[in-house]
Design a protein around this ligand. Sequence first.
Ligand code: UDP
Ligand code: MG
Length: 326
Amino acid sequence: MVNNPVLSLVIPCYNEEAVLPETIKRLTIIINDLIDEHKISAHSKMLLVDDGSRDRTWEIIESHNETNKYVHGLKLAKNAGHQNALLAGLNHAKEYSDCVISVDADLQDDLNVLEEFISKFNEGYDVVYGVRKSRATDTFFKRSTAQGFYRLMNTMGVKVIYNHADYRLMSKRVLDHLSEFKEVNLFLRGLVPLIGYKSTEVYYDRNERFAGESKYPLKKMLAFAFDGITSFSVTPIRLISAVGFLMFAFSLLIAVYIVINKFMGNTTSGWSSLMISIWFIGGIQLVALGLIGEYIGKIYKEVKARPKYIIEKSTVKLGENKETQH
Ligand code: UDP
Ligand code: MG
């Protein structure tokens, strides 16, 4: 347990000009209050990670950095995606913090529970997970896909905290361990529970996005998939699975058709079983092949071990004495 810990709030921002000034304003008030109450050190700060935004996000971060002593920025050279941007911020912030809280820029996560996060840390917890009480503000589509997702993860034996996204506190030692995980396919909410240490949950209501749009629309995911086909050779393997599934589904339909035909006496003997077998086995084989391909694709990506993000510039110089930073 650290007395008066140095806290860093890590905030990934991708085209968040509409919401960023408000986010910074609200977080500044909270940091000020926590410092006044002696819950965190006066060296605490927020680290805004600009994930290759194309709008004025970085200009906003820079201008606040000049006037607000708590605001610091990290600019990634190109869009690396939410998880990678978050990791860039966490790895950077752990060098000068006792604990780090990751929070989205869009004010969907209730900032009032930040105080509770810190209290839990001061009680000796290394990880504090923010868990959504309700998903009332999410669309039906988002709610049901998310629910299906958690269920699927759990049945496949992956330990994820139900209704927890990336709103969480982690201590420096947990972050040190996190950077020992070298995988490229980054899924932080699956990794953190693997690290262990004493953890707890804090419950909060999820709000609507304060301004701007979700950076995860369906269109973007589909565009990603298409991009993958042209620039990476893993995706065609995935298509094998898809074709296999279609063939498998089709074989079931054909089976029904063939069985009906058979009972109506319209077929030559042996034809029905032959047709069903061909389609069924064919479908299953393609699915299996695609599945194997999926794992090979993962290995392919891991072996390359490409850097997950590229930092272009930062307003915090690592290695500087904490005292000299503003
Ligand atoms: N984000 C990011 N890079 C991306 C996409 C999103 O840094 O490529 C950030 C975004 O600015 C936000 C957080 O990740 O702070 C979560 O994104 P968003 O709110 O759009 O997702 P949703 O809440 O709709 O799932
Ligand atoms: Mg959001």
